[in-house]
Design a protein around this ligand. Structure first.
Ligand code: NAP
Length: 897
């Protein structure tokens, strides 16, 4: 049966001035229309309340000249009904506002939605009634509404922000706001026009206004990155992809990062030379697609300031090439934020418009607006006489439509505005603790504006309606997020905010465009696909984080946090689970080594250092290979003797190469990664004795290696950290060399397997209990296992070098690492611990894969520098904070840490 043929039950009739429905929806844009259709199809009675006089939402209000979508329209469409998809053909790559409005009208007609929409109706108040367990809505026109469920489909950019400039009311000419554009045509011909604001709305409208106005003055506070849309027919390649496999294309979009089916890039910027990077950039510039240029150049463009700076400079080069006047080009070139951290714009002739003789750019950073007067705009340097002022000054985004437009009062009389005074708190961006039966579509805390909105809207609507159906079937009538789940989501949001550079810019994404608004990254930065899988997991884990009640059923509350892993750790583990790999211990030593080598080939290459030298040194029984990493700075440098991980069986200099490069760069120290002998060919104590021998040789030859003499440092990961710890004990007992400090990352310290982390984390986090048993069996007979050369926790700990001990929450080795750190401290050794929340055994060595490990590696590097008596190092590009860009840090997410 066609979706269009579904008979929809009418909303309950009005009685006594109150309309009773199962569900009230606010808004009749993309989200409201689909909600209405889906809810009716599911048998709920629904009313949609819409302030405008027709459908369209944001596309109803934003009808300024040049308004178009900036996601290709074939992607910016509903996908819930294949027949609808076949029934509509877009005429352009980026449809105009009138065409999008026609599309939404077509959808409304096709599913007969208008009969359940009350147009011209603004919700004035929304109050949760504890007695009836219903929401009561008062409106500015017609009956109030009593509903079981209240769903805000109000859009993220629908509450225009006041211009915050004195004197607007004094101006005698015409005033327009792009976000509330009149329905009748606005004529600019023969007029002196000003546009204030250069976000997407300004950048779209400026070229068209310039073509009509006698003179256009653009008042720019912050330049924005804009890219040519190259609008035209729908591109043949994308259309073919869609036509060949419509369902597959849409499904790929649903699981992508931004809601558009582009693959994830794995090549990092430092793997490409200048010419290769330029070629990729030129191709993206020519394609004219925001998501493409934001995601398809190189893997680190959106996550690392250095990788990002390369793109930003290429765009600035384009601006300089297009804009003839160098001063104007300089003023139009953004320098205060990473590319993509502020929403970039798609334009048609934007930069070229400044070559027109009738266009003037006023840089408000050099001459701020003092006031708007009766005749125009006065800056602190000059006055501009004007006939028209267009404010393209943006929106109180994400939260404005919900808290500013009308008071929403939840349980115990609490207003949403006060609950959100320090920033929006939500569970999944869908619900708020204390506000039962209230849902938000694409609310703060969901991918929303960082995604193709139609994909995110459909995901939210499907999730919400499916939940309401499931509740109805189970007899539940209320649903409410728990405080635990909400606090966990805030923590997860804060973790995710470290994956991208959005935190580094003052934008409407962070609330910084509205004076006094709490600062923090509001949209979910973890990606559309991962977010979808989390929402699904909430359901599969018994509505985790929700309280459900009903009149005739026992209440249910499966409390907890949905994501306790760091977001990138979750992705890595899910990816491994999807690969359905056999347990490593079943592959045999050679098979496991081969597997690890192949697996490592897929990861980003380590970053450049000054020099890398492969050579050999004498071990305990023959030559051992080593790889030396030298910083680019002048030496001599302190030397760190490094031992790779791999359970004494696997791994080599190559396996830990990115980690060594990273620490070499961060510390400014030489790292010498030792190829010690492996089990089962060489069993205990071969690796331990090699570790000691290598350290002694390096200590004796430090100057020849270009290092500082007199001391070395040691470090290692996993079994390598075991060797580092053992080496410290052996050098203490055998007369040197002097070790200035030890870095132990997830160390093996003891042969007992009964600590809680061996059980808690024994099966699901890559390094399993079974794998550890196998490693132990290959390396060391049970009779030898209490020897401190393999169980350093059982050795004498006094007089050891200062230590930095890193443990990960989801690691079987967590508790023995903590036990070792505690025992060292008890023995009087200076110890610092980093207990890394949400991380797993491999987090810190998966450099440029687990990006949330960057701050931990920075702490390791600082510790090594302290041990060597060196001053604090400058921050690396992957740990840049707000202050480096001159903006304040997010506040409300930080509170969740
Ligand atoms: P916006 O990006 O927030 O831009 C507002 C502009 O006004 C900024 O340049 C801002 O400068 C400036 N401004 C604000 N207050 C000012 C003041 N008091 N004095 C001087 N300048 C002031 O708003 P928008 O252009 O309406 O776009 C908002 C979002 O809507 C976009 O990012 C996009 O997601 C969406 N949108 C999409 C399309 C599309 O192509 N589909 C079109 C329009 C909008 P500062 O940067 O210094 O604050």
């Amino acid at each position: 049966m066609s979706d269009a043929m579904v008979a929809a039950p009418a909303s309950d009739a009005q009685s006594g001035g109150t309309q009773r429905v199962d569900v009230a929806v606010v808004g009749a844009g993309f989200a409201g229309l689909y909600l209405l259709h889906h809810l009716r199809k599911a048998g709920f009675t629904v009313v949609a309340l819409e302030e405008g006089n027709d459908v369209g939402g944001t596309w109803h209000w934003n009808r300024y000249p040049g308004a178009r979508c900036d996601i290709q329209t074939i992607d910016y469409s509903y996908s819930f009904d294949p027949e609808l998809e076949r029934a509509w053909t877009w005429s352009e790559k980026y449809a105009t506002q009138p065409e999008i409005l026609r599309y939404l009208g077509f959808v409304a007609d096709r599913y007969e939605l208008r009969r359940d929409i009350r147009f011209g109706t603004k919700v004035k108040t929304a109050t949760w009634d504890e007695a009836t367990l219903r929401w009561v809505l008062t409106t500015d026109s017609g009956a109030s509404v009593s509903c079981r469920y209240y769903i805000m489909a109000t859009g993220c950019l629908s509450a225009p922000k006041p211009p915050e400039i004195d004197g607007v009311k004094e101006f005698k000419g015409e005033v327009y706001f792009t976000g509330r554009w009149p329905h009748q045509e606005v004529k600019f011909a023969g007029k002196r026009v000003a546009v204030i604001g250069t976000g997407s709305s300004g950048i779209q409208s400026i070229p068209l206004i310039a073509e009509q106005a006698v003179h256009l003055t653009v008042f720019q506070r912050t330049p924005n990155f804009a890219l040519p849309a190259h609008n035209g027919p729908v591109p043949a390649d994308r259309k073919t992809l869609l036509d060949n496999d419509r369902a597959g294309y849409r499904e790929q979009a649903r699981w992508s990062l931004a809601g558009v089916p582009y693959p994830q890039q794995t090549t990092v910027s430092w793997q490409l030379n200048d010419a290769e990077r330029r070629e990729r950039f030129e191709q993206a510039w020519a394609i004219g697609d925001l998501v493409y240029i934001l995601s398809q150049l190189w893997a680190d463009q959106g996550s690392d300031v250095d990788g990002n700076a390369l793109v930003a400079e290429l765009i600035r080069e384009k601006i300089r090439a297009i804009v003839k006047d160098p001063d104007t080009a300089a003023a139009l070139s953004p320098h205060d934020h990473p590319f993509g951290a502020k929403r970039p714009c798609l334009d048609t002739n934007y930069y070229a418009t400044y070559n027109r003789p009738n266009v003037t750019l006023v840089n408000l950073r050099q001459e701020p607006i003092k006031a708007i007067t009766a005749s125009g705009v006065t800056t602190d340097k000059r006055s501009f006489d004007l006939d028209v002022i267009v404010f393209a000054t943006g929106f109180d985004a994400m939260t404005g439509a919900m808290i500013a437009v009308h008071p929403i009062t939840g349980r115990a009389g609490k207003a949403l505005s006060s609950v959100w005074a320090d920033g929006p708190q939500t569970y999944l961006g869908l619900t708020v603790a204390g506000f039962p039966n209230l849902f938000m579509i694409t609310g703060p805390g969901s991918p929303s504006v960082l995604s193709n909105m139609t994909v995110s809207i459909e995901q939210h609507v499907d999730w919400v309606v499916d939940r309401l159906i499931a509740m109805r079937e189970a007899g539940f009538t209320t649903i409410e997020a728990t405080e635990t789940a909400q606090a966990g989501w805030a923590r997860h949001m804060a973790d995710c905010s470290m994956l991208t550079l959005h935190r580094l810019a003052n934008t409407w994404y962070t609330g910084a465009n509205v004076p006094g608004k709490a600062l923090g990254v509001m949209p979910y930065t973890g990606g559309v696909g991962p977010y979808r899988s989390i929402c699904n997991e909430v359901v599969s884990r018994g509505m985790l984080g929700f309280k459900l009640t009903g009149p005739n059923v026992a209440g249910q509350c499966n409390d907890g946090e949905i994501v306790r892993l760091q977001p990138d750790v979750r992705l890595v583990l899910n990816m491994m689970a999807d690969m359905k790999l056999p347990p490593i211990e079943t592959l045999g030593a050679q098979g496991a080594r081969y597997f690890i080598n192949e697996f490592n080939k897929a990861r980003p290459a380590g970053r450049p250092v000054g020099e890398v030298v492969d050579s050999t040194l004498p071990g305990n029984d023959g030559l051992l290979p080593y790889r030396l990493y030298r910083p680019a700075t002048p030496g001599p440098h302190p030397i760190v003797v490094y031992f790779h991980g791999g359970g004494w069986v696997l791994g080599d200099q190559q396996s830990d190469d990115p980690f060594c490069r990273d620490l070499c760069r961060r510390t400014g120290m030489i790292f010498v990664s030792i190829g010690y002998r492996h089990a089962p060919e060489h069993r205990f104590p071969a690796a331990a004795e090699d570790g000691y021998a290598a350290t002694r040789w390096i200590g004796e030859h430090a100057a020849e290696l270009g290092g500082m003499s007199g001391y070395v440092l040691v470090g290692g990961w996993s079994a390598g950290a075991n060797l580092a710890a053992v080496t410290c004990q052996l050098t203490r007992d055998r007369g040197g060399p002097h070790i200035a400090g030890q870095l132990l990352v997830c160390p093996v310290t003891d042969c007992a397997f009964d600590r809680p982390s061996y059980n808690d984390n024994g099966t699901a986090y890559f390094l399993t209990r079974g794998l550890m048993y196998w490693f132990w069996d290959l390396y060391c007979s049970p009779a030898d296992r209490t020897d401190p050369r393999v169980s350093p926790l059982r050795g004498k700990l006094g007089g050891l070098p200062p230590a930095f001990v890193v443990t990960c929450e989801f690691d079987p080795l967590r508790d023995e690492g903590i036990a070792y750190a505690d025992a060292l401290a008890k023995a009087g050794v200076p110890v610092e611990q980093l207990q890394a929340r949400g991380h797993f055994h491999s987090s810190f060595t998966m450099v440029d894969v687990v990006r949330t490990g960057a701050s931990g590696r920075a702490k390791m590097a600082e510790a090594l520098r302290r041990f060597a008596g060196m001053p604090k190092q400058a921050e690396q590009s992957d740990e840049v904070t707000h202050r480096d860009w001159g903006v304040s840090p997010p506040q409300f997410n930080a509170a969740a840490k």
